[in-house]
Design a protein around this ligand. Structure first.
Ligand code: C2E
Ligand code: CA
Ligand code: CA
Length: 573
C-alpha cells in the first residue's frame, strides 16, 4: 500500500523544502523514516519514496533531490552495487546509507565508495537522522565546490585544461562508436596584451569573462569551451560532419568575438585566431589533437590573425620535422656538436677591436656545418632554445674569462644573442648570474643582444627582465634595430646601452639617400639617448666611410671579418 504515489500525494513539492528520497523496499521502514523525519522537522522537508533501485534512479534522473536515504538490500540491487548505481545517476546528490546490517567493514566501504554516512536501522531516531542528512548535504556541497574549483578556471568559470582533457578523452572514446568526427578549436585573442597593457588588468579580466560568455552563447548544447590560461580558449565539438562544419563553427566564434566589447565605457575590438584539428577515429590522442590545433592557430596568427587555419598534412610534416630537430639538437648538445664562432666588432674611428659577437654553428655529422637559420627557428618553437642558448652563453663566457686572463688591460667585449623564448623564461636572470659566477667572466664585458621584435612582443614584461639583467652589471643591445615597430618608445624606455642597426639599412646606405637618412636619424637619436651604435652587415668600404661620417661607433660585417672559430680570429686574439 505504501507505494511511491501514496507518500507523495500527501506532501506538496515546495521549493524551499528539502527533498529527501528514500530508496527502500520495506514499506514499514519507509513509513517509519518519513514519520521520524516529519516529526523532527515539521514542514522543512518532503520525503519521497522509491520501493526499488530502478524507481529511485528514474526519480533521480527526473528531478532534483537534496539527499538520498538508501537501503542496501533491495529487490533489484544488493549491497554496494546499489550505491554505485545511485552515484552514477546523480553524482552531486549526497547519499546516506540506511541499512539493516550493523557491519563496520561494510560501513567503511560505503563511505569510501562515496556515501556521506552509514546508519543502521533501529539505531536512529528522528533527530539523528536529520543531523546526518544535514551534514551529508553540507559535506557534499563542499566536495562539489572543491571539485568544481579544481576543474574550472576561477576567472571565467569555464572548464580548465584538466577537465577539458578529460572530456576530450571521453569524447574520443565515443567517437569510435559513431560515424562522425570531432573537432578541437584552439582560439587565441590577437590583441589581448595591448588591452591588458593599455586598459589595465581589471579591464583585461573583464574582457576574458565577456569572451567566455560569448563563446558559450555561440556554441551548441553539447559543445564545450575551456580556458587554458591567458587568452587561450579551447573548444570541443562533437558530432561534426567534417572540416566544413568545423570551419563554420570557427567562423561563428570569430564573428561573435568581433563585435566590440564595452569595457569601462571604452569600445574594445579584439580579433581571434582559430586553429582547427579534427579527429575521425578513437585512435587520436588528446594531447596530440590539442597540439595540432595549437599549431594551426599559430599558423593563423602568422597569416596576420583574425583568421582560422585547419591543421593539415603540411603542418603535420612541419610538426614532425620540429620534433626531429628538437631530438637531434638535444643529442647535438650532449655530443658537443654545437660550436660557437665569433665575429669581430670594430671601432669605426680607429679600426681597433671593440669586441666579438658569439654566433652558434652546428657541426652536423652528416650535413656538415649548419648556420643558425637552419635550426634556431625550430629550436625556438620547441623550447630547446633554452638549453641551446644556455650552452652558447656558457661557452662564450668561458672564452671571455680566458681572454681576460690572457690579455689583461685589453678588454674584449663579448656579445651573446638571447632568443624570445629565453627572455620569457622566469629563471633567465638567475641563470645568467649563475653562468657568470661559474665561468668567472666579467659581467662588465658581457653584452646580451635582444632583437627588436622580441621586445615588441611583450613590452611590459620585457622591462622587468631587462632591468634584472642590468642589475648583474652587464650591458644590453637591441638587435636588428629598425625592423620592428614603435621602436622609438622602446629605445627611450628600456635600459639598452647599444643599438644595433639592422643590416638591411646598411646594405643600401651608400646607394640610397633614404636609407642613409634613416641611419643618420637612428645614430643621432641613439646618441641623444646616450647609447652606442653598432652597424651590422658592413661589407664594403663605401659603407664604412659613410658610417664613419655619420658618427657610428662600431662596425660589424664581412668587410672586417666573417664569424670564425676562436683559433682563426685574427686581431691578435
Ligand atoms: P644576428 O644576431 O643579426 O647575427 C648577425 C648575422 O649576420 C650572423 O648570421 C652573421 O654571420 C651575419 N653577418 C655578419 N656580417 C655580415 C655581412 O657583412 N653580410 C651578411 N650578409 N651577413 C653578415 P648567422 O651567424 O647566420 O646568424 C643568424 C642569426 O641567428 C643571428 O642574427 C641571430 O639572430 C641568430 N643566432 C645566432 N647565434 C645565436 C645564438 O647563439 N642564440 C640565438 N638565440 N640566436 C642566435
Ligand atoms: Ca645579434
Ligand atoms: Ca642582428
Amino acid at each position: 500500500m505504501f507505494g511511491d504515489v501514496v507518500l507523495d500525494a500527501r506532501q506538496e513539492r515546495a521549493p524551499d523544502m528539502l527533498q529527501i528520497l528514500t530508496v527502500e523496499d520495506n514499506p514499514g521502514d519507509a513509513l517509519l523514516v518519513r514519520e521520524m523525519l516529519t516529526e523532527a522537522v515539521e514542514g522543512q522537508l518532503v520525503v519521497h519514496h522509491a520501493p526499488r533501485l530502478s524507481a529511485g534512479i528514474d526519480r533521480l534522473l527526473d528531478g532534483r533531490y537534496d539527499c538520498v536515504l538508501l537501503d542496501l538490500s533491495l529487490p533489484d540491487a544488493d549491497g554496494l552495487d546499489g550505491l554505485a548505481q545511485i552515484r552514477t545517476a546523480a553524482v552531486d546528490v549526497p547519499v546516506v546509507v540506511l541499512s539493516g546490517r550493523a557491519d563496520e567493514g561494510l560501513a567503511m566501504r560505503a563511505v569510501q565508495d562515496g556515501a556521506q554516512d552509514y546508519l543502521v536501522k533501529g539505531q536512529v531516531d528522528g533527530r539523528l537522522l536529520v543531523r546526518s542528512i544535514t551534514y551529508a548535504i553540507e559535506r557534499k556541497r563542499a566536495e562539489v565546490q572543491l571539485a568544481h574549483q579544481a576543474l574550472h578556471d576561477q576567472l571565467t568559470g569555464l572548464p580548465n585544461r584538466a577537465l577539458f582533457f578529460d572530456r576530450l578523452g571521453q569524447a574520443l572514446t565515443r567517437l569510435g562508436r559513431r560515424d562522425s568526427s570531432l573537432a578541437v578549436l584552439f582560439c587565441d585573442l590577437d590583441r589581448f596584451k595591448v588591452v591588458n597593457d593599455s586598459l589595465g588588468h581589471t579591464a583585461g579580466d573583464r574582457l576574458l569573462v565577456d569572451v567566455a560568455a560569448r563563446l558559450e552563447d555561440v556554441l551548441r548544447a553539447g559543445d564545450s569551451a575551456a580556458r587554458f590560461g591567458g587568452d587561450e580558449f579551447v573548444v570541443l565539438c562533437e558530432d561534426i560532419a567534417g572540416e566544413q562544419q568545423a570551419i563554420q563553427i570557427a567562423e561563428r566564434i570569430s564573428g561573435a568575438l568581433s563585435s566590440p566589447f564595452l569595457l569601462d565605457g571604452d569600445e574594445v575590438f579584439v580579433q581571434t585566431s582559430v586553429g582547427i584539428a579534427l579527429a575521425v577515429d578513437a585512435q587520436a590522442r588528446p594531447e596530440a589533437l590539442i597540439r595540432d590545433a595549437d599549431a594551426a592557430m599559430y599558423r593563423a596568427k602568422e597569416r596576420g590573425g583574425g583568421v582560422y587555419e585547419v591543421f593539415d598534412d603540411a603542418m603535420r610534416a612541419r610538426a614532425v620535422h620540429r620534433q626531429q630537430v628538437e631530438h637531434a639538437l638535444h643529442r647535438a648538445i650532449d655530443r658537443h656538436e654545437l660550436e660557437v664562432h665569433y665575429q669581430p666588432q670594430v671601432k669605426m674611428a680607429t679600426g681597433a677591436l671593440y669586441g666579438v659577437e658569439a654566433l652558434v654553428r652546428w657541426r652536423h655529422p652528416e650535413r656538415g656545418l649548419l648556420g643558425p637559420a637552419e635550426f634556431i627557428p625550430a629550436a625556438e618553437e620547441t623550447g630547446i632554445i633554452n638549453a641551446l642558448g644556455l650552452h652558447v652563453l656558457e661557452v662564450a663566457c668561458a672564452q671571455s674569462a680566458r681572454w681576460a686572463l690572457a690579455r689583461p688591460g685589453m678588454p674584449i667585449r663579448m656579445s651573446v644573442n638571447l632568443s624570445a623564448r629565453q627572455c620569457q623564461h622566469p629563471d633567465l636572470v638567475p641563470t645568467v648570474a649563475d653562468v657568470l659566477r661559474r665561468t668567472g667572466a666579467d659581467p662588465a664585458l658581457l653584452c646580451l643582444e635582444v632583437t627588436e621584435s622580441t621586445i615588441m612582443e611583450d613590452l611590459g614584461a620585457m622591462g622587468a627582465v631587462l632591468a634584472g639583467l642590468k642589475e648583474l652589471g652587464l650591458s644590453l643591445a637591441i638587435d636588428d634595430f629598425g625592423t620592428g615597430y614603435s621602436s622609438l618608445r622602446a629605445l627611450q624606455r628600456l635600459p639598452f646601452d647599444i643599438v644595433k642597426i639592422d643590416r638591411s639599412f646598411v646594405t643600401d646606405l651608400h646607394r640610397s639617400e633614404q636609407e642613409a637618412a634613416i641611419v643618420a636619424a637612428v645614430i643621432s637619436l641613439a646618441h641623444a639617448l646616450g647609447k652606442r651604435t653598432v652597424a651590422e652587415g658592413v661589407e664594403q668600404v663605401e659603407q664604412v666611410e659613410r658610417l664613419r661620417a655619420l658618427g657610428c661607433d662600431v662596425g660589424q660585417g664581412f668587410h672586417y671579418a666573417r664569424p670564425t672559430p676562436v683559433a682563426e680570429l685574427g686581431y691578435g686574439l
